[in-house]
Ligand binder design. Structure first.
Ligand SMILES: Nc1nc2c(ncn2[C@@H]2O[C@H](COP(=O)(O)OP(=O)(O)OP(=O)(O)O)[C@@H](O)[C@H]2O)c(=O)[nH]1
Ligand SMILES: [Mg+2]
Length: 204
């Protein structure tokens, strides 16, 4: 069971990508997939509809899975592993979660050798690239999210110019030169297959 988080600041496109990725991974890639969401965002995750396609959905409320409810998160992962046995778990933390803390919390639930950590995929919203790391208070949080990323997805590229995509790429590379950077639009589906393949190929 491989646990992969789709992280990034509020409204950057996490849920939209989560649904696109899970559709592919459970569909043509034929993996058994579970989703863990930490907060219902703008696009409601309709657990019932998703479960009809054979996936399991767990919604954890009451706080952030990287801090207040980290132990609930860990237990949820372990239960999924024992009761459902998915190949892949896709996790959507809240927009203010810190990816390395989400990883730490996930590891608490996964000391078993058959549980591994997938990449932290961090979305960086191309439509807000100039402001994101410069916001009062929260700019530092976004910078930490980008630093923590294993893969950075420049999201919503359908809504901006080529110059703006390049601007976003430069900003994230200044903070994290190691992570792979993928151009993503969940609307046109550019980059979604690449992220699915990266996630499947990922080794800790
Ligand atoms: N143009 C464009 N808009 C997108 C794309 N993906 C998501 N959006 C829009 O961005 C908004 C937020 O998308 P969500 O997927 O809910 O983002 P989120 O990161 O899950 O949001 P929170 O969970 O509230 O932090 C919605 O209005 C989406 O329709 C994209 O690829 N292109
Ligand atoms: Mg969301």
């Amino acid at each position: 069971m491989k646990i992969t988080q789709i992280a990034g600041f509020l409204g950057c496109g996490k849920t939209t990508l989560l649904l696109e990725l899970s559709r592919r991974l459970a569909g043509e890639k034929e993996r058994k997939v579970a989703l863990v969401v930490n907060e219902i965002g703008e696009i409601p995750v309709d657990g019932k509809i998703i479960e009809e396609s054979g996936m399991q959905v767990k919604d954890i409320g009451g706080g952030c899975i990287c801090c207040e409810v980290a132990s609930t998160f860990a237990k949820t992962l372990y239960r999924l592993y024992k009761d459902f046995g998915p190949d892949l778990v896709l996790v959507e933390p809240t927009g203010v979660a810190v990816p390395h803390q989400v990883k730490l919390a996930a590891r608490m639930g996964g000391r078993d050798a058959k549980i591994s950590m997938g990449p932290a995929i961090v979305l960086f919203d191309a439509t807000r690239s100039a402001e994101l790391m410069n916001m009062d208070m929260l700019g530092q949080l976004v910078t930490t999210q980008v630093k923590d990323a294993d893969i950075i997805a420049i999201s919503k590229i359908d809504a901006v110019s080529e110059a703006e995509v390049q601007d976003a790429e430069q900003r994230v590379q200044q903070v994290n030169a190691k992570a792979a950077v993928v151009r993503l639009s969940s609307f046109t589906e550019e980059g979604v297959d690449q992220l699915a393949d990266n996630l499947l190929a990922w080794k800790e």
